[in-house]
Write a protein that binds this ligand. Structure first.
Ligand code: SF4
Length: 678
């Protein structure tokens, strides 16, 4: 048996483990004791991560649709067809008619190549990925406030925090190893914990104060906390004066958010609000931790900016164990963003519209006419496809039919495409609509780097030979690009990383040689002497001064009414991952969370005469779904909750595509529904 050190293929914590191989198959895992996140432990998903690698349903041959029938074809036939068809569509309808979705599940090198192919070979900036659905508002909001849209501090620093403010993060379910750190700090070091969440999440059991605010009322809650802090004089005047700008505007805005007014909007009593404000503001080292409960709203960017305002107001920035810490969902969503898998930037967020940046990439890539007009976001690509204006979509390792809101609208859009290519390891729901399916390999069968939620770039090593008939994503992209007239002659992912080092300032010193001998390096790491950056914004924000941007509360786009009297909110469970393409094939995880469900408060259930386990019809303005009820006081009265993992009972057939106007992130956390007993 051999053991190879790899990065966990699931969440953004970025744990490392040794993948055990016997007779060419993945047979088990052993956690790394030394790794700064894993520290000898893994969650249930990590322990069973080998389980899908050799699954019999893995894709083993390229496939093409012929008169509605999918048939196996050779790699040569598939690659020729994809490159020819994309070129034909580009010629007839222009490069704006092509879209490319990169992936938060594949390596940095592969994300880099997909965006390079889109931009250099097809001259399209229509590049995006599912960060649009989880943390696009983090990128926009924190960039405006601080100049950099990433987690400011490190997971190891959780150990020394004196207080945590966890808002909109069901940490035990989504980032189990980070939740463990928080709980350990609370239990062993008496750190204080403020939890703000409409649901009675597991973390609330350890909370000093739990703020059960209404779904979508985050801005009002955060403004209320700042109102109290200013009234009581708990703000950090020295920090405000030396490190920030626009304070007076914020002060005037939050003056209108008295605890009594905030109570009316959020449902949080004034005493709890005061206690939370005091706990956070008067602790020396306090960390804000948030996830998609903050970002997946039409007010997502406002929510993020309000978190940033709170941290700057109290001076909890620029030191260890402080900061604003968005927890990224998938194992490489940070890396996919860093690699320019976004419509407006190249790597390291270098704007496509900046003439100097354009010239830099033209020289680096040996091309002359890169497109300087920012492209379409994922949500805009789907809308344009539905109108027939986007003609082709290339999807690498994503499953928008299950992950995107308003699934009927997504399916309608995909049906309208002239050409859909899906590159994946299993036949996903989206692959079912594809004209060409290209079989890729898993994390275990390739080398490459992944960037976890704390900006730690880590090397994952190849443990197994690629499955017969499948190819690493970077090879597939290289082949298509070369056939389309823009040669890519990479021999290994190491060569791609070396190119990334040259064109990406924050990754300049994150070389393969250094990664081989470390537990990863945290960007920014501009040169080979730089040790990496465990925390950001020490002495100076990336943008210079931190900017206060006060935001007014705006209600969610759909509020309950007579016809649709419940709020539906969506999220995840610990035993499943994203659209379940991998975890549904791991029996032990399936045993724990096999089916979709709808959490409902027992008081609502009594009113509707619904019992535990009974099927109900859940209807929104966009669709209907049948789900079994799970009675629980985890959800408050008037709110129901469903997990989005389950394609066969897709909760996203109900959610709305109303989106944040800045980040274009959809409102996945709140829509109005009606519930009928069946
Ligand atoms: Fe993998 Fe995340 Fe679990 Fe760590 S916490 S083992 S990265 S799923």
């Amino acid at each position: 048996m051999s053991q190879t050190l790899v990065v966990c293929p699931f969440c953004g914590c970025g744990c490392n483990f040794y993948l055990e191989e016997r007779e060419g198959k993945a047979v088990g895992v052993t956690p790394s004791r030394e790794h700064p996140v894993s520290k000898g432990a893994l969650c249930a998903k990590g322990w069973s991560a080998y389980g899908f690698v050799n699954h019999p349903e893995r894709l083993r041959s390229p496939m093409m649709r012929d008169h509605g029938i999918i048939r196996d074809v050779t790699w040569g036939e598939a690659l020729d067809h994809v490159s020819t068809k994309l070129l034909e569509i580009k010629k007839e309808f222009g490069s704006e008619s092509l879209g490319f979705l990169s992936s938060a599940k594949v390596t940095n090198e592969e994300n880099y190549l997909l965006m390079k192919m889109a931009r250099a070979a097809f001259k399209s900036n229509n590049v995006d990925h599912c960060a649009r659905l989880c943390h696009a508002s983090t990128v926009a909001g924190l960039a405006a406030s601080f100049g950099s849209g990433a987690m400011t501090n490190s997971i190891e620093e959780f150990e020394d925090a004196e207080a945590f403010f966890v808002i909109g993060s069901n940490t035990t379910e989504q980032h189990p190893m980070i939740a463990t750190r928080i709980i350990q700090a609370v239990v062993n070091k008496k750190a204080k914990l403020i939890v703000a969440d409409p649901r009675d999440i597991r973390l609330a059991k350890w909370a000093t104060v739990w703020l059960r605010h209404k779904v979508g009322s985050d801005v009002a809650l955060l403004n209320g906390l700042m109102h109290v802090i200013l009234k009581e004089g708990w703000e950090d005047r020295a920090f405000i004066e030396s490190r920030t700008e626009n304070f007076e505007e914020l002060k005037n805005l939050v003056a209108a958010y008295s605890p009594e007014r905030v109570a009316e909007i959020t449902g949080v009593d004034p005493e709890s609000l005061r206690k939370a404000a005091q706990t956070y503001a008067t602790s020396k080292k306090a960390m804000i931790v948030y996830a998609m409960g903050i970002t997946q709203h039409v007010a997502g960017t406002d929510n993020v900016k309000s978190c940033a305002n709170l941290a700057m107001l109290t001076g909890h920035m620029g030191f260890p164990s402080t900061g604003v810490n968005p927890l990224r969902g998938q194992n490489n969503v940070q890396g996919a963003c860093d690699m320019g898998g976004l419509p407006n930037v190249y790597t390291d967020y270098q704007p496509v519209a900046d003439p100097k940046v354009k010239k830099k990439f033209e020289e680096a890539w040996g091309v002359t006419d890169l497109n300087d007009k920012p492209g379409l976001t994922l949500t805009d690509m789907i809308a344009k496809a539905e109108k027939g204006e986007l003609k082709a979509l290339y999807v690498m390792g994503e499953n928008p039919i299950v992950s995107d809101p308003n699934a009927h609208h997504v399916m309608k859009a995909l049906r309208k495409l002239d050409f859909l290519v899906v590159q994946d390891i299993f036949l996903s729901e989206t692959a079912g609509f594809a004209h060409v399916i290209l079989p890729a390999v898993t994390f275990a069968e390739k080398d490459g780097t992944f960037t976890n939620t704390e900006r730690r770039v880590q090397l994952s090593r190849q443990a197994l030979a690629p499955l017969d008939g499948a190819m690493p994503d970077w090879r597939i992209i290289s082949e298509i690009s070369s056939r389309a007239g823009y040669p890519m002659n990479y021999k290994s992912s190491a060569e791609i990383l070396a190119e990334i080092n040259r064109v990406t300032p924050s990754y300049g010193g994150i070389t393969l040689e250094r990664l081989k001998n470390t537990w990863g390096l945290q960007w920014p790491c501009p040169d080979e002497k730089h040790p990496g950056s465990p925390f950001l914004h020490k002495d100076r924000f990336k943008r210079g001064l931190g900017r206060f941007e006060g935001r007014e509360y705006i209600p969610p786009p759909e509020v309950p009414d007579e016809e649709y009297p419940f709020v539906l909110t969506t999220g995840r469970v610990a035993f499943q991952y994203h659209t379940r393409t991998m975890t549904r094939r791991i029996p032990i995880l399936e045993r724990e969370a096999p089916k979709a469900f709808l959490e409902m408060n027992p008081i609502d259930a009594r009113r509707l005469r619904v019992r535990d386990g009974m099927m109900v019809a859940v209807e929104s303005r966009r669709g209907q779904q049948r789900l079994p009820v799970l009675l629980t006081s985890v959800v408050p009265e008037g709110v129901v909750f469903g997990a989005f993992h389950y394609g066969e009972a897709n909760i996203n057939e109900l959610t709305t595509s109303a989106a944040d106007p800045v980040a274009k992130i959809p409102e996945l956390k709140s829509c109005a529904v009606n519930i009928r007993r069946l």
